[in-house]
Ligand binder design. Structure first.
Ligand SMILES: Nc1ncnc2c1ncn2[C@@H]1O[C@H](COP(=O)(O)OP(=O)(O)OP(=O)(O)O)[C@@H](O)[C@H]1O
Length: 698
C-alpha cells in the first residue's frame, strides 16, 4: 500500500533516486520482497514501523502490521530525517470511525507543556463546552484528551492539528468552527464512512484491516504496473488521494437533484468536480456527461486533468468538456443552420458601432457602457423581451433607480443597438447564450444526462438557462462547484432565483490544499468583515470560517516603492531570486490589474534579461515567467505569484463608481489573485497602497 504522504515526498526526489525507489518498492507491489531488509528502530514509538535502505542517502519508512503480508510505504526521506520520522510516529485504530490513525507522538508530547502553560493563563479554552464523553464518542483518543482540553484558541489548534491524526483533527476543526457535537459527528462520520464503508466497526488491534479501510490515508497497489502508473505523476496526489470530505461529495451514490459544493480558493473543488464527472461517466454511461466551466482556457485545463485521472477511452469519450460559451455557440450554430441564416460573433468594434448608432438614433442620455451593462445584466439576465417587462422588472444590484421615462428611453436605445447588430447578422456571446437557451428549451430533448459545472459563481443567468435546458431535472442532474468569495464578474444571481434548488444538497470544503497557511491568512484578511452573499440564497451570508491549510512556508512580502521604476526593479530582483532557488520560470506569475500594467511588467522583466510570456486569450506556451491580468489568473495556480501596482487608483480603479458591489468585486479579484500562490506571494505598490490590502484602513 502507498500512504498519502508518500507521493509528495517522492515528487521531491531526483530522477535516479526515484528510479531506485521504484525498483525497491516494485518488489513490495509484486510481493517479491523476500530479500529486502526492513530494519527495526531503536526505541520506536511504534514497533510496527521499520525503515528500508533506498541508497546511501535516502531511506524509506514502512509500516508492517502484525497481521498478513501487507506493507504500507509511508514516506521517503534523507537518512536522518527518515529515522527521526519513523521513531516518532505512532499508529492506532480510531475507535469511532474504524480508520487508521498516525500521530506525531513525540512532537505532541513536546508541545503539551507549552499548551498547559497557555491554558493556565487563558480565560477560556476552545473545547470547554464539550464533555469528555462527547469527545471520546467523536473518536478523540483517551490519552489525547488532556492535550485537547489545553487548546485555548484556533491558532493553537492549527499548530496541534498538523501533529494529530487526520480524523481527530477534522473533528476538532468542525467543533471549533461552531458545529454542534451531533453536526460534527454527522459531517465527519459521513466523510469517513463514504470512503471506508466501515465506520464504527473497528477492532483496535487490527491495524491491517483499518489500513484497508482508510482510503484517504493509503491506497492498495496491485503489481508493479499500477505502482508505476501512480508514480508517473507524483505531483498529482489528488488523482489517488481525496480527503474524506472530498471523497464523500465526489462519490456519493446519487443526489436527488442539483448538488452544490462550495469552498474557498484551493480547497479542491475542481478536483471533486473531476472525480464526480468520472464517477458519473463510469456508473451511468447512457448519455454523455457535460463538464463545463467559465472559459475555454479553463475547460482546456479540465480536459488535461481529466486525462490524468482516468485514461480509459470509454470514460473520456463519455465526458464532453466545453467552456459554457463554446456550448452556447454550438447550440446556437445548430439553430442558425436550421433556419439557414448566416451569422458571426460580434467583435468589440461591432458592438461599439451599434451603441454609437443607437445613441445617435434615440438621443438617449446614457453612456454606452451603462446601456451595455443594462442590456447584459438586466435585459438578457432576466430574458426580457418586451418594453412592458422591462418597465416592470426589478433591477437589483444595478445601483441607482431609473424612472419609467428613463426606462423607456433606455429600452429604445438597447433595442436600437440590438437591431443594428441583427441587421449585420452579428451576435454577442451573451445574446448567443440567451438564444441558445431558448432554442434548447424548445427542443425538449436533453443533450446530457448530467452536467458538472466548475466556477459556478461567475456564470450568467443566460448560461444557467442554457444548462438547465440541456439537462432535464432528474437525479444527479447538476453538480455545481463554486466560491462566492471569488465572484469577479457582474453575473451573480443566486441559484434559488434561477430556480435551481440545492437545499439539503449543499456542502462546503474548508481544507486548503494549494496555498500555505501564511498565504491563506494574508488573503483572507482582504475579505475580513465583508458581507459575501451565499451562492444558494443571496439573502444569506457565506463565510470563510474553518478555512485553513496544513502547509506552511514563508510569509508573503509586501514591498512599497516610491515610483514604478523602483517597483519594477524590485520585481525583477524578486523573480531572479525565485529562479535562483530553482523554481521553473513557468511556475512564476506576475499579475496586475490592467493590461497596460501587464505590458509594462513584461517589458521590465525583459529589460532585466528575464524571459516573460504574456498570458493572453489562451494558456501561454514557451519558456518564461508568466505575466497576465488578475482576471486571467482565475482558476490557475503557480508556485510563486507577484502582484504589482496594488495601489490607490489602480485597484480599485480610480474611475470606479461608489457602488459597494463594484468595490466588493475588486476585493474578490485581489483575493483570487493572492490565492493562486502555492509557496510564495510578493505584493508591491508605488506610492499609496490600495485600501483593499490587509492592514490598510477601508
Ligand atoms: N486530495 C488532494 N490531495 C492532494 N492535492 C489536492 C487534493 N485536493 C486538491 N489538491 C490540490 O490543491 C490544489 C487546488 O485544488 P483545486 O484547483 O481543485 O481547488 P479549487 O477549490 O477548485 O480552487 P480555486 O477555487 O482556487 O480554483 C490543486 O493543486 C490540487 O491538485
Amino acid at each position: 500500500m502507498l500512504a498519502s504522504e508518500f507521493l509528495p515526498a517522492y515528487a521531491k526526489l531526483e530522477p535516479p533516486v526515484r528510479a531506485r525507489v521504484q525498483s525497491v518498492f516494485g518488489k513490495f507491489a509484486e510481493h517479491t520482497f523476500a530479500g529486502l531488509h526492513l530494519e527495526k528502530l531503536q526505541n520506536p514509538r511504534d514497533e510496527r514501523v521499520r525503515t528500508i535502505r533506498i541508497d546511501k542517502f535516502w531511506r524509506g519508512v514502512v509500516l508492517a502490521p502484525e497481521s498478513g503480508d501487507q506493507y504500507c510505504l509511508i514516506n521517503v526521506l534523507p537518512h536522518d530525517e527518515a529515522i527521526a520520522f519513523a521513531r516518532t510516529r505512532q499508529f492506532s485504530v480510531n475507535q469511532a470511525l474504524g480508520v487508521i490513525e498516525m500521530r506525531d507522538a513525540e512532537n505532541l508530547e513536546l508541545i503539551a507543556p507549552a499548551l498547559r502553560v497557555q491554558a493556565a493563563q487563558a480565560p477560556e479554552r476552545l473545547f470547554e463546552a464539550i464533555s469528555d464523553k462527547d469527545l471520546l464518542r467523536l473518536g478523540i483518543e483517551p490519552d489525547l484528551l488532556p492535550l485537547v482540553r489545553d487548546i485555548t484558541s484556533e491558532a493553537a489548534l492549527q499548530v496541534v492539528e498538523r501533529l494529530l491524526p487526520q480524523a481527530q483533527a477534522d473533528v476538532l476543526t468542525a467543533l471549533a468552527s461552531g458545529l454542534t457535537v451531533e453536526e460534527t459527528w454527522a459531517e465527519v462520520s459521513a466523510g469517513y464512512a463514504a470512503q471506508s464503508g466501515a465506520a464504527g466497526t473497528a477492532d483496535a488491534g487490527d491495524l491491517g484491516a483499518a489500513l484497508q479501510r482508510s482510503r484517504s490515508f493509503a491506497v492498495a497497489v496491485d503489481g508493479e504496473a499500477e505502482l508505476s502508473a501512480i508514480l508517473s505523476q507524483p505531483f498529482d496526489a489528488w488523482r489517488v488521494f481525496l480527503h474524506p470530505s472530498q471523497h464523500r461529495l465526489a462519490y456519493a451514490p446519487s443526489y436527488t437533484g442539483p448538488a452544490l459544493v462550495t469552498g474557498a480558493a484551493g480547497t479542491g473543488k475542481t478536483v471533486v468536480a473531476l472525480h464526480r464527472a468520472v464517477y458519473l461517466a463510469r456508473s451511468r454511461p447512457e448519455l454523455p456527461v457535460l463538464l463545463t466551466t467559465f472559459t475555454r482556457a479553463l475547460s482546456d485545463s479540465l480536459r488535461a486533468s481529466l486525462a490524468k485521472l482516468d485514461a480509459d477511452p470509454d470514460v473520456l469519450g463519455a465526458i464532453d468538456v466545453q467552456g459554457v460559451d463554446q456550448l452556447a455557440y454550438s447550440v446556437f450554430a445548430e439553430q442558425r443552420a436550421s433556419l439557414g441564416e448566416q451569422w458571426a460573433v460580434a467583435s468589440a468594434a461591432d458592438q461599439a458601432a451599434a451603441w454609437r448608432h443607437a445613441l445617435a438614433e434615440t438621443q438617449a442620455p446614457f453612456a454606452a457602457e451603462f446601456l451595455s451593462d443594462e442590456w447584459e445584466h438586466v435585459v438578457l439576465a432576466q430574458d426580457l423581451t418586451t418594453a412592458e417587462q422591462y418597465l416592470a422588472c426589478t433591477r437589483t444590484g444595478r445601483g441607482g433607480t431609473l424612472g419609467p421615462r428613463q426606462r423607456e428611453t433606455a429600452w429604445q436605445a438597447i433595442n436600437a443597438a440590438a437591431e443594428h447588430l441583427r441587421e449585420a447578422n452579428r451576435w454577442t456571446f451573451l445574446q448567443i447564450a440567451a438564444e441558445a437557451a431558448r432554442y434548447q428549451a424548445e427542443q425538449c430533448v436533453p443533450r446530457y444526462r448530467h452536467a458538472v459545472i466548475d466556477e459556478s459563481q461567475d456564470l450568467h443567468p443566460a448560461h444557467w438557462r442554457l444548462l438547465r435546458a440541456c439537462v432535464a431535472p432528474n437525479v444527479d442532474d447538476l453538480f455545481l462547484v463554486g466560491d462566492p468569495h471569488q465572484r469577479i464578474y457582474r453575473n451573480n444571481a443566486s441559484l434559488r432565483s434561477l430556480g435551481i434548488e440545492v437545499r439539503g444538497r449543499s456542502r462546503k470544503l474548508t481544507l486548503g490544499y494549494r496555498s500555505t497557511g501564511e498565504i491563506l491568512d494574508y488573503a483572507t484578511h482582504i475579505l475580513t468583515g465583508e458581507h459575501v452573499a451565499d451562492l444558494e440564497d443571496d439573502q444569506q451570508q457565506d463565510s470563510l470560517a474553518g478555512y485553513r491549510s496544513l502547509l506552511h512556508g514563508r510569509k508573503p512580502t509586501v514591498r512599497a516603492a516610491a515610483h514604478r521604476a523602483e517597483e519594477l526593479d524590485a520585481l525583477a530582483a524578486r523573480v531572479r531570486q525565485w529562479l535562483d532557488e530553482g523554481i521553473p520560470a513557468e511556475s512564476i506569475v506576475v499579475a496586475a490589474r490592467t493590461r497596460h500594467l501587464v505590458d509594462e511588467a513584461a517589458q521590465a522583466l525583459r529589460v532585466h534579461e528575464l524571459d516573460a510570456v504574456v498570458i493572453d486569450k489562451a494558456t501561454a506556451d514557451g519558456g518564461g515567467v508568466r505575466v497576465c491580468t488578475m482576471h486571467k489568473l482565475k482558476g490557475l495556480e503557480f508556485q510563486c505569484v507577484a502582484l504589482i501596482a496594488v495601489e490607490a487608483g489602480v485597484i480599485p480603479p480610480a474611475q470606479l463608481g461608489d457602488d459597494p458591489a463594484d468595490l466588493m468585486r475588486e476585493r474578490c479579484l485581489l483575493f483570487v489573485a493572492a490565492t493562486r500562490a502555492r509557496d510564495s506571494l510578493h505584493v508591491s505598490y508605488s506610492g499609496e497602497p490600495s485600501r483593499l490590502l490587509p492592514g490598510q484602513s477601508k
